[in-house]
Each structure stands twice: as C-alpha cells, then as structure tokens.
Design a protein around this ligand. Structure first.
Ligand code: ADP
Ligand code: VHF
Length: 372
C-alpha cells in the first residue's frame, strides 16, 4: 500500500512554538513500522515556520513575507534534523523534498517529481516533503500543506492520504463554536456543501483549518485516493488506519476517478486565461460530453498560447470547466462565435475544429470535476 501522511503544525508544535518531540518520535516509529510491514510512505510535514518561531521565541506569527520566509529557512533545517535523527534510530533513510507550485503546474517538472519520488519509494526511502516556503511568494505558492499533500497523493497515485491534525476529524459544525457538533465518520460522495461546515485554523500556528482539508478531500475524491482526517495524538493511529480500523473521518474516493492527465489539468496546470461561453455550449460540454467549438465562445480574457490551460466560464460567470486550448488568445479573439467551417477563412489556416477538444477538457459541475 502507498500511503501519504500529512502532519500539521498544530500537532507538531506546542503552544509556545517548540517542537513536540514525543509526537514526532511516535510518528516516526509508526512510519518505520509501516515500512517494515512492506508499505510505502511519503511524509508531508508542516511546522517549518512554527519551529522557526520556537527557535527565536516569537509568540506571534509575523506578518511580512521576508520574516515568514526567514523563519521557514531556520525551522526547516531543525525539523529535518529531528526527523533524520529519529528515522536513523529505526534504520530508515529519509530524503528532503521541498516543492513549489511550479513543480506541479509545469508538466515536465511534475513528471520529474513523480519519477524521483517513485525511485525514492522503490529504494525504501521516506520522502519528507514541505513547501519551499523560503523561495515562494504568493503568486507561486500552494499556500497550505493539506492541498500540497492531496496533490502529491494524486501524483504518486497513493492508495490513501492520512491527514493528522489536532482534532478527531471533520465535525458537522465548527466544534469551537457549537458544543453539539458531531463528528462525521464517512463521506461517501464529495460535495461542495462540505465547505460550509469548515471553520478556520484551530491555533494561531495552523494554516487553513478544515477548509483546506476539505479542498484536499476534493482533489482526492476526483483522483481516486481515499482520505482520512484523524487526530495525530491517538496512540498508534497510523497502524490502526493501515489495519482498516475506523478512526476519524474517512472520505471515500469517486467510483470512476478522472484520469491522471485530467487531474493535472483540473488541479495543477496554471490557468492562463478565461473563455466565456453561451448556454448552449455549456449544456453541450456538461450534459453531452462534447468538445468546445468556437461558435459557443462569447468572450476571451487573458493572454494564452496554444496548449495553455484556460478556465471555461458560463453566462453566470461560474467556472464550469478547465481545458487545454487549441488556439492562442489572439486567434480565439478572431474566431469566437464563428462556425467551424469559417475558421480557415478567418485565420487563413485551421489547426482543429474545436477550441478545446473533449479529451483535454475537465468539467467542474457543481464544483465537482468529472470526465473520463
Ligand atoms: N467543522 C470542523 N470540524 C473540525 N475541526 C474544525 C472545523 N472547523 C474548524 N475546525 C478547526 O480546524 C482545526 C484544524 O486545522 P489546523 O489548525 O489548520 O490544523 P493543522 O495544523 O493540523 O493543519 C481544528 O483544531 C478545529 O479547531
Ligand atoms: N509550509 C508551512 C506550513 C503550511 C501549512 O499548511 O501548515 P498546517 O496548516 O499546519 O499544515 C510550514 O512548514 O510552516
């Protein structure tokens, strides 16, 4: 079994920002044991900024980017040093991998990451992954490790993503506000409605709270990866999950997940522009699985080239699909609203009949993404 384990800052650090060595040691021991059982494990760890704060005795997370990036640089080294020490005790080898959004959005880099991780796993090494906070600024940032872990789980085609946090799972209401909140044991079918019950981070140290975990669940659901949110403080939590015991909240994957290429288009590719389409075209691509023809395009926005990823927007300005486009923005500007047989007359050439072929189109209806 291939398992991605994500552990959050709220679990790894004490309120004073210092690392919780006991939790880290138990986590490493459990992962080492999973390896001994023959499982493959990728560890996505937060805590660099938190550990940096602890080291400098800062009580509040600083607001400026250079301060946060400096803290990440200080804390990341510390984190890895401790993980290495503990994994060494169990004779396991680790590899630090720091990623940015571009490693996911650039298809070549994406595939390279995938080959390297596959190789590390083949060698029985535990890749320890975090976002490269020291070099990423907002525009090229994934921003939270729940999403990063889900993208990775999809990339390595994991069987399961386990998100360890400081609460027992997803509650039907934010439990800090509602005392009567109940834990949800299983989510069989992902729905965007789930975002409504998600509150923000539980501690000043965490990022994103349940919202980003639900975002992660959406990626996993579409990619065919099971996801579990569980409390990182439960004894032997990873082994219990690997044994199939019911713990926390389980999100089952979609029965017919979308292909890995379409997952990449939907969740990883950089969106370079927007195509506004009419109601007829929206119906044709959503209900009948058709390609997008120039006749349905009403307006184009952004500067994109052939092969770039664009968002497809309906008459209510709702993003309903994403796809790789067959024409540049300048060409689409000229052929929008035209019949396919007119393309050649207008441009003097024709690459394709379709603006986006259905094989390169992922539908995002009601926020859910489906396709073949
Ligand atoms: N519906 C909900 N169910 C469970 N926890 C929630 C919910 N809404 C908000 N939370 C908060 O999310 C927190 C976990 O997210 P976060 O603090 O970002 O942890 P981590 O550092 O592990 O990512 C919980 O401690 C809880 O207070
Ligand atoms: N990459 C950042 C953590 C970002 C993050 O998502 O944090 P968390 O919500 O604690 O999982 C760090 O190492 O500090």
């Amino acid at each position: 079994m291939r398992i991605v384990v994500k552990v959050g800052t709220s679990t790894l650090t004490y309120e004073n920002g210092k690392l919780n060595l006991e939790i880290m040691e138990k986590l490493v021991r459990q992962i080492a044991n999973l390896l001994n059982r023959g499982e493959e494990v990728v560890l996505v760890t937060s805590g660099a900024i938190g550990a940096g704060m602890g080291k400098l005795n800062l009580k509040e997370k600083p607001k400026t980017i250079p301060e946060k990036q400096s803290l990440a640089a200080i804390g990341q080294g510390l984190l890895i040093e401790i993980y290495e020490k503990f994994f060494n005790e169990y004779g396991k080898i680790t590899a630090q991998v720091l990623l940015t959004k571009e490693d996911f959005s650039d298809r070549r880099r994406y595939l390279n990451v995938s080959y390297t991780l596959s190789n590390l796993l083949k060698w029985g090494v535990v890749p320890i992954i975090n976002e490269n906070d020291t070099v990423t600024v907002d525009e090229i940032k994934i921003g939270d490790n729940d999403t990063l872990a889900a993208l990775l789980a999809s990339l390595v085609e994991a069987d399961i993503l386990i998100i360890l946090t400081d609460i027992d799972g997803l509650y039907d209401k934010d439990p800090r506000i509602y005392k009567e909140a109940k834990i949800i044991e299983v989510v069989e079918e992902f729905s965007d409605e789930l975002f409504k019950i998600a509150g923000s981070a539980g501690t000043k140290r965490g990022t994103g709270g349940m919202y980003t975990k639900i975002q992660a669940a959406k990626i996993c659901w579409n990619s065919g990866v099971k996801m579990i949110i569980a409390n990182g403080k439960i004894d032997n939590v990873l082994n219990q999950i690997a044994n199939g015991e019911k713990i926390g909240t389980t999100f089952l994957p979609m029965k017919k997940p979308i292909s890995s290429r379409k997952v990449w288009i939907a969740f990883n590719a950089k969106v370079s522009g927007r195509l506004f389409i009419d109601e007829g075209a929206a119906k044709a691509i959503i209900k009948h699985g058709k390609s997008l023809l120039p006749s349905g395009v009403v307006k184009t926005e952004g500067d994109y080239d052939v092969g770039d990823c664009v968002a497809v927007v309906d008459h209510q300005e709702k993003e309903i699909a994403r796809g790789l486009i067959n024409y540049s923005s300048e060409e689409v500007e000229k052929i929008k609203g035209c019949k396919t047989h007119e393309i050649e007359k207008i441009l003097g050439y024709k690459y394709y009949d379709e603006v986006i072929h259905r094989d390169n189109l992922v539908i995002l209806e009601r926020g859910e993404k489906f396709g073949s």
